[in-house]
Design a protein. Structure first.
Length: 482
């Protein structure tokens, strides 16, 4: 096992890999419930059903996507374990799942298209984008594009992802909330206290758990305690149930129905002729040109989300080659492509390398053994779904925030004395959390780099790839809102 996974070679050990794998799982386990809710507009009792959509169909889609979400997390992460042998995990990408719902589920309803048919048409589009991923991956084009990016972007991407991860953590814990005037604000402590017991349980307790959990992780890390991150997560979970004076709830009654719906409309959906017809001529799509734009859009977002995640986590793990690029990038890209294809076949939105993998890396993971552990955890959740919900999001939030702290240090490597580097790096850094998208940050950073380089007369042959990326993102921003 040591030789196969290169555990000793990468300065790790079995215990670190197990702890890292568990940490990654706990940090991303929320996707099991969030993904079907995002894709199926929250299911039978969600907002789309409230507008008059077929609640039964939405419930079936939710159940199907739930099973598919778990399966693709298992399959995609196993690819990383045994093929790439890297400590990363895959699951359905956030943002991409919301976009899937907008285009193919809610879009179908508002266009008068059958919801299940709209769901199947989305699977077709994802499948085609997966084929494109695969072609770009096996030819090495995706890795070439990533390696040809400007050095200032390579160095700012990890820091931007760090801010993005921390932002997710703050949001999950309720430490920051929405505000109609300032967009975001610190938790309204006064309002929460006015809410009595309910305000304490739903607002103040989660925020306090996250803050205390972060302090625990920081103190343990400062004292060089091994497994500080996972200890902080588990301590936060216990603290949450003590502070809210409740016990974890288990409900196994819905598992059978989920498998039934998955078999009826999920894994069989890609083979539905009507789904293929709707993908290119459905009223919710708008025609062949729109279908092509959708395929390209999913390709762009998945590609650069994965590129950003790989650079961020590999930098944190010290797993870069002599050129500052992630090791085995070609294999990682292939894992991502196969994961997307598999997700389409199973019946869910685009599968991508998860940014939360950085939490496992921060806990010590360096090899595919950690990915194997993460995958096995997801597999268990397929049959014991409620177990994944035992760890509340406020308990995993400190891990995400802590990883953000660690990854932000990469920005110190950017040459801020040269504005041709400083401005694009800043755009990349700040736009990831502000637009809630890794790929948007990369795109805006690339566009600014090319413009400044051209207008200052510094453009060279090596900037051609960056220019092509900038043009692609300009087209994406012009035609697709994501």
């Amino acid at each position: 096992m040591d030789k196969f996974f290169k555990i000793t070679e990468r300065g790790s050990n079995v215990r670190k890999e197990i702890v890292g794998g568990l940490t990654t799982f706990f940090a991303m386990a929320y996707i099991i419930f969030v993904n079907p809710a995002q894709v199926a507009a929250e299911g039978a009792g969600g907002w789309l059903a409230g507008l008059g959509a077929d609640a039964v169909a939405l419930g079936k889609i939710w159940n199907s996507v739930f099973v598919a979400s778990v399966l693709i997390a298992c399959i995609g992460t196993l690819l990383y374990a045994f093929y790439a042998k890297l400590p990363y995990a895959q699951a359905c990408g956030m943002g991409l799942n919301s976009f899937f719902c907008t285009c193919f589920i809610s879009g179908a309803y508002f266009a008068g298209v059958d919801l299940v048919g709209g769901y199947h048409s989305g699977m077709v589009i994802i499948f085609i984008s997966g084929i494109v991923f695969m072609l770009l991956s096996v030819t090495g084009a995706r890795a070439y594009i990533a390696k040809a990016m400007p050095d200032c972007l390579k160095k700012s991407i990890p820091a931007g992802i760090g801010l993005f991860i921390a932002f997710i953590g703050f949001k999950n814990a309720g430490l920051i909330t929405a505000n109609q005037y300032t967009f975001v604000q610190f938790i309204d402590v006064k309002g929460a206290l006015a809410g009595g017991a309910d305000g304490w349980r739903t607002l103040l307790a989660p925020a306090l758990v996250a803050f205390i959990g972060l302090i625990i992780i920081a103190v343990l890390s400062k004292r060089n305690v091994k497994g500080a991150v996972i200890i902080g997560i588990l301590a936060g979970a216990v603290l949450y149930y003590v502070m809210t004076w409740q016990l974890p709830q288990f409900d196994l009654s819905s598992i059978g129905q989920s498998f039934k719906d998955f078999g009826e409309i999920g894994i069989t959906g890609l083979f539905d002729p009507e789904g293929w017809k709707l993908a290119f001529s459905g009223a919710h799509i708008g025609g062949i040109f729109s279908a092509i734009v959708l395929v390209i859009s999913f390709c762009i977002v998945d590609m650069f989300d994965t590129v950003g995640t790989l650079y961020g986590t590999a930098t944190e793990a010290g797993m870069l080659d002599e050129n500052g690029d992630p090791i085995d990038m070609d294999k990682a890209m292939t894992c991502d492509a196969v994961g997307t294809l598999s997700g389409a076949v199973l019946g869910t939105s685009t599968c991508t390398t998860f940014v939360e993998s950085a939490s496992g890396v921060a806990a010590g993971a360096r090899t595919g053994l950690a990915s194997l552990v993460t995958s096995l955890c997801f597999f268990v959740c397929l049959f014991l779904t409620p177990l994944a919900g035992i760890i509340p999001s406020c308990a995993t939030a400190p891990a995400l925030i802590f990883v953000g702290v660690l990854m932000l240090k990469n920005f110190a490597n950017v040459d801020m004395t040269d504005l041709r580097n400083a401005v694009p790096a800043f755009f990349t850094l700040i736009m990831m959390p502000l637009t809630y998208s890794i790929s948007n940050g990369i795109g805006i950073g690339c566009i600014s780099y090319v413009l400044i380089t051209l207008l200052t007369g510094k453009f060279t042959k090596k900037d051609i790839v960056a220019t092509l990326i900038a043009v692609i993102f300009l087209a994406k921003f012009a035609f697709v809102t994501m």
